[in-house]
Design a binder for this molecule. Structure first.
Ligand code: ATP
Length: 359
């Protein structure tokens, strides 16, 4: 088991006389045996970070250690990729189309000049764990997406790697089998206790397999925490957006009866942070509700009267957009279990303590 330590890693690409800062002073300590997730929008620098760990790219500045061993430093590869004992699964799985599943999995072992019995034993072990023993004679085109992904995973695991790198490993799978694929990766990681780093732009991947996660935005590591803590306390509105649908509003802080509110047109949102002046608010759709009732119990706080502007259907729920009486442009969306008539006057509620405040 290996702990991965990055100290001040910066990666600058030079292309057509332009410099792109893909990673900007990233420091992180990924614990031995940990399942760590890296979340970030497209172009944030996630793949660059993985490539540097794998040794496929060299940091422009900074140091990378596996345990206490220096593996790369400012412009220099100290330990080459083939000596890093890393298993990788790419987004596309990158299986060799002209080789059977067996030969794909055996490929990393061929350089070890292992005897055939030992090779078969290893491949059978890893195939049993992944439930693909019955398709080892098939070519990739004869396998389902889920089976192809498991072959790619088997190929990454067959050498007993110290580190497993998964780059968007589920994005090529049908949505309906993604959950079971995530559960499989989580179970294997748990059993084998390999330090695992999963990169994704999809928070569902990170929530299902990572114990801790780092968020990279514009090359900077802006937050490291448990996924649930990033969800509840995102450091910026960009991070909040990455981890779920969000209503964003601009408000003005006011104190009324010793309580602090953010006022948005006719709405008053209770907030806990005392930040004077203008604030940016973020509220998750699941923390908003509309109702004909005047009260919904202690969990929900009345924000004000609203008018239904649009009501549409979305995956089993109704997406209801409401506006305050005085401003048709301040749109707030709540996911409801029934439709509401357009033009109807309703009460808007927010879940207590769930208004995110950004300065
Ligand atoms: N070889 C390269 N030469 C020049 N620029 C590059 C190179 N590789 C990556 N970049 C740039 O570095 C930045 C980070 O890219 P990277 O692929 O690491 O992002 P990412 O977060 O993995 O994005 P995605 O989710 O879209 O794959 C981008 O602006 C990208 O265009």
């Amino acid at each position: 088991m290996v702990n991965v330590v990055a100290k001040g890693i910066t990666k600058i690409y030079k292309s057509r006389k332009k410099e792109v800062v893909a990673l900007d002073n990233v420091s992180i300590d990924i614990r031995s045996g940990e399942s760590f997730g890296i979340l970030g929008p497209s172009g944030a620098g996630k793949t660059t970070f993985m490539r540097i760990i794998a040794g496929l790219d060299i940091p422009t500045r900074g140091e990378l250690y596996f345990n206490d061993e220096l593996v790369a430093v400012s412009g220099k590869l100290v330990v080459p990729p083939e000596d890093r004992n890393i298993g990788m699964v790419f987004q596309t799985w990158a299986l060799y189309p002209n080789m059977t599943a067996y030969d794909n999995i055996a490929f990393p072992l061929r350089s070890l000049r292992m005897n055939k019995d030992e090779e078969r034993k290893r491949i059978n072990e890893v195939s049993d764990i992944l439930g693909i023993a019955h398709v080892l004679n098939h070519y990739p085109r004869e396998l389902s997406g889920g089976q192809q992904q498991r072959v790619a995973l088997a190929r990454a695991l067959v050498k007993n790697p110290s580190i497993l790198l998964l780059d968007e490993p589920f994005s090529n799978l049908d949505a309906r089998i993604r959950d079971s694929a995530r559960a499989l990766v989580r179970r294997i990681q748990n059993e084998l206790k390999i330090t695992t780093i999963t990169v994704s732009h999809d928070p569902a991947d990170i929530f299902s397999i990572a114990e801790r996660a780092g968020v990279i935005v514009h090359g900077k590591l802006v937050q490291v925490d448990k996924p649930s803590a990033i969800y509840s306390n995102p450091v910026t509105v960009e991070v909040a957006r990455l981890i779920g649908d969000l209503v964003e509003l601009s408000g003005r802080v006011e104190e009324r009866n010793n309580k602090v509110y953010a006022v948005v047109d006719d709405f008053t949102f209770p907030i806990s942070k005392v930040t004077a002046g203008d604030v940016r608010l973020g509220i998750r759709l699941e923390d908003l509700k509309i109702s004909d009732e005047a009260s919904l119990g202690d969990e929900w706080v009345l924000v004000g009267k609203a008018r239904v502007k649009v009501s549409s259907y979305s995956s089993g729920l109704f997406r209801v957009t409401v506006v305050p009486p005085s401003n048709d442009n301040t749109e707030i969306v709540a996911m409801m279990d029934r439709p509401f008539d357009v033009g109807k006057e309703v009460n808007l509620f927010v879940r207590s303590g769930k208004v995110l405040v950004f300065s």
